[in-house]
Design a protein around this ligand. Structure first.
Ligand SMILES: [Fe+2]
Length: 261
């Protein structure tokens, strides 16, 4: 009887250790991604705020589409890092200029999905959907996007979701050279792209009243967070130490971090 109990105890200890290790590895991955997000902020806070809003809208759409928790994590990661290619030094001047883009600058900007996928390549073994999603976020349903001119369901689902969220944010939020327009205009642009630029089923879902209500709430929350970050920057210079929002992949909470030590 005693050897059996000892065996059970040993298995339980092994299982607990394994679980602890898995949790730590997952959180290490989360921390690595959070560091990357911090690098986007440090290079360009405007892009940092944009990718966070896009993540909020993309998750609202992913939830409404009935995606699993695992798929939602993947959508969120693609949304948060879709524009990481824009922090490449080759695009620095273009991104930070305050005028409308010239044709040459537009061509340069079109390299950002590929640059982003290259930056994220070392993470491909851990997050295989991330690089393909980032690479595809400017592909269009009718095959007229870039860089590979994928069409329809060839485009990864996360990239199709992010494309809608990204365009909606581009219309409704101010850019350096253009003022943001109304939510109504944002909806209009998405509706116009139904079946040409965007997946028609996802557009229908995005424009449905429950998802629009959710998006409106997310917009309000995002703007509250952005205001508070701006005032922190004003008080403490560029350094903002507290994380602004808790994303689903977020590494850990301070109390969990204590437990893990
Ligand atoms: Fe982009």
């Amino acid at each position: 009887m005693v050897p059996v109990l000892t065996g059970i105890a040993a298995t339980a200890i092994l299982w607990l250790r394994q679980r602890r290790l898995t949790t730590r590895v997952e959180r290490l991955g989360g921390a690595a991604l959070e560091t990357l997000l911090g690098a986007i902020d440090a290079n360009d806070p405007v892009t940092g705020a944009h990718v966070r809003r896009v993540a909020r809208y993309a998750l609202a759409l992913a939830d409404a589409a009935g995606l699993s928790e695992h798929e939602c994590h993947s959508v969120e990661r693609v949304a948060l890092f879709h524009d990481i290619g824009k922090i490449h030094e080759a695009l620095f001047d273009v991104i930070h200029d305050h005028h409308a883009l010239t044709p040459d600058e537009r061509r340069a900007i079109r390299t950002h999905p590929r640059r982003g996928a290259d930056v994220l390549e070392p993470l491909a073994a851990f997050y295989p959907d991330l690089t393909v999603g980032v690479l595809a976020h400017h592909e269009r349903w009718n095959g007229r996007g870039y860089p590979r001119r994928l069409r329809g369901a060839q485009i990864p689902l996360a990239a199709r979701i992010v494309a809608i969220a990204d365009t909606f944010d581009a219309v409704t939020h101010s850019r350096r050279y253009r003022r943001g327009r109304s939510m109504e205009k944002g909806r209009e642009v998405i509706a116009e792209g139904r079946g040409t630029e965007f997946d028609p089923e996802l557009v229908d879902l995005f424009l449905s009243p429950p998802v629009q209500e959710h998006i409106e709430t997310e917009m309000r929350e995002a703007s509250t967070v952005e205001r508070s970050r701006t005032s922190q920057r004003a008080k403490h210079g560029e350094k903002v130490s507290a994380p602004d929002v808790s994303f689903r992949w977020r590494a850990t909470t301070p109390s969990e971090a204590h437990e893990l030590r």
